[in-house]
Write a protein that binds this ligand. Structure first.
Ligand SMILES: CC/C=C\C=C\CC(=O)SCCNC(=O)CCNC(=O)[C@H](O)C(C)(C)COP(=O)(O)OP(=O)(O)OC[C@H]1O[C@@H](n2cnc3c(N)ncnc32)[C@H](O)[C@@H]1OP(=O)(O)O
Length: 310
C-alpha cells in the first residue's frame, strides 16, 4: 500500500515537473527574440506579443549606416510574419533617437563618388536602385501589418523623420526635437518625408516651411501640428506609455488590428469609394473570423476574450 502511494506521489511529482517545464518553454517562446540578432538594432520583448526595436548605435547617435539599412529591412520583414509579434515599439538607445543618415559611412555616397562608369545614365541607374532600396527599408515599416509606435527622445533628424513618418503612432519626450534636415546637406528628402509628413500633419504650408528651411521644431510644436500624439516627461515614462498602449492593442483580435492597419494605409492613398470597396472586400473574408464570434460573446458575457495567434 505504502509502495503504491509512493509510486503515485512520484508520478504526480514527475507530471508537475513536466508541466512546469512545458509552461516555462511556452513563456520563453512568447517573449523570445531568437533570430532577431542585428548589428545596429537591439530587439527585446518587454511583454507577450510586443517587440521593442531599439536603434542601437548610441555612440554614433544612432546614425543610419549601410548595415542599418539592411538590418531594419530584415527586422521588419521578419516581424511582419512573426505570430508572436502583434505590436512594435520603435525607440533609440543612448542620448538621442537618431542623427539620421550616417554622413561618414554609406554605400550610396561611396557609389556616387566611385567611378565605375563615366556614363551618366549608367551611374544614374545604379543610384536609382540604391535610393529605391533605401526607400524600401522604411516602406517595410508601413507595409508591416502590425502597428508600430515610435517612441522618440531628444533629437530626431533627417532620415529619422522619414522613418517615423512610416509608423502608426508617434509619442515623444518633453525634450524631443525634430528636423527635416536634408536641405542643409543639399538634398531633397527622398525616403518618404515629402510624401508622408504633409499627410500626417494636414498643413501643407507649414510642412513646406519646415522642409525648405530645415528649422528645428520641438515636442510642443510637434504635438500642436499632430505629428506626435503624446508628450511624456522622460524616456522611461515614454517607453512605459508606449508599451502600455501596445499591450492594449495586443489584447485585441489580431485579425481586426491588422485589418485596421492595412485599410488605413490603403485609404490614405485612395479615394473614399475605392477605400470603401477595398474595405468591403477585406471584411467579406475577415468577418468570417472566429475572432468576431469570440469578441461578441465575450462582450455579452462581460468577459475578456483571448485570441489565438495569427
Ligand atoms: C540617399 C539619402 C538617404 C537618406 C538621407 C537622409 C538625410 C539625413 O538624414 S540629413 C541629416 C544628417 N544628419 C546630420 O546632419 C546630423 C549631424 N550631427 C549633428 O549635428 C550632431 O552630431 C548631433 C546629432 C546634433 C549630436 O550632437 P552631440 O550630441 O553633441 O554629439 P556629437 O559629439 O556631435 O556626435 C557624437 C558622435 O556621433 C557621430 N555622429 C553624429 N551624427 C552623425 C551622423 N549623422 N553621421 C555619422 N556620425 C554621426 C559623431 O561623429 C560623433 O562620433 P565620434 O566618433 O565620437 O566622433
Amino acid at each position: 500500500m505504502a509502495l503504491k502511494k509512493r509510486t503515485m506521489r512520484k508520478r504526480s511529482q514527475r507530471m508537475a515537473y513536466i508541466l512546469l517545464k512545458e509552461l516555462k518553454a511556452k513563456a520563453k517562446a512568447m517573449t523570445s527574440t531568437t533570430g532577431y540578432e542585428f548589428e545596429t538594432l537591439k530587439i527585446t520583448s518587454p511583454k507577450q506579443f510586443i517587440k521593442n526595436v531599439e536603434l542601437n548605435r548610441p555612440d554614433k547617435r544612432n546614425a543610419m549606416n549601410t548595415t542599418f539599412w539592411k538590418d531594419i529591412y530584415n527586422c521588419f520583414t521578419k516581424l511582419s510574419d512573426d505570430p508572436d509579434c502583434r505590436v512594435i515599439v520603435l525607440s533609440g538607445a543612448g542620448k538621442m533617437f537618431t542623427a539620421g543618415l550616417d554622413l561618414y559611412e554609406n554605400e550610396i555616397f561611396k557609389s556616387l563618388l566611385s567611378s565605375d562608369s563615366q556614363d551618366s545614365s549608367r551611374k544614374s541607374f545604379k543610384i536609382l536602385k540604391g535610393i529605391q532600396e533605401l526607400q524600401e527599408s522604411f516602406n517595410v515599416i508601413e507595409k508591416c501589418p502590425k502597428p508600430v509606435i515610435a517612441a522618440v527622445h531628444n533629437g530626431c533628424i533627417g532620415g529619422g523623420i522619414d522613418m517615423i513618418a512610416c509608423c502608426d503612432m508617434r509619442y515623444c519626450t518633453q525634450d524631443a526635437w525634430f528636423q527635416i534636415k536634408e536641405v542643409d546637406i543639399g538634398l531633397a528628402a527622398d525616403l518618404g518625408t515629402l510624401q508622408r509628413f504633409p499627410k500626417i500633419i494636414g498643413n501643407d504650408s507649414l510642412y513646406r516651411e519646415l522642409a525648405y528651411t530645415g528649422r528645428k521644431f520641438d515636442a510642443e510644436e510637434a504635438k500642436s501640428i499632430g505629428f506626435v500624439s503624446r508628450i511624456l516627461p522622460d524616456k522611461n515614462t515614454l517607453l512605459e506609455a508606449a508599451i502600455l498602449i501596445a499591450e492594449q492593442i495586443a489584447s485585441k483580435s489580431p485579425v481586426a488590428v491588422q485589418g485596421i492597419k492595412v485599410n488605413s494605409v490603403y485609404s490614405r492613398d485612395h479615394g473614399v469609394y475605392q477605400g470603401l470597396e477595398y474595405m468591403a472586400t477585406w471584411n467579406s473574408t475577415m468577418l468570417q473570423s472566429e475572432d468576431v464570434g469570440k469578441a461578441v460573446s465575450a462582450a455579452i458575457q462581460k468577459e475578456t476574450p483571448v485570441f489565438s495567434k495569427l
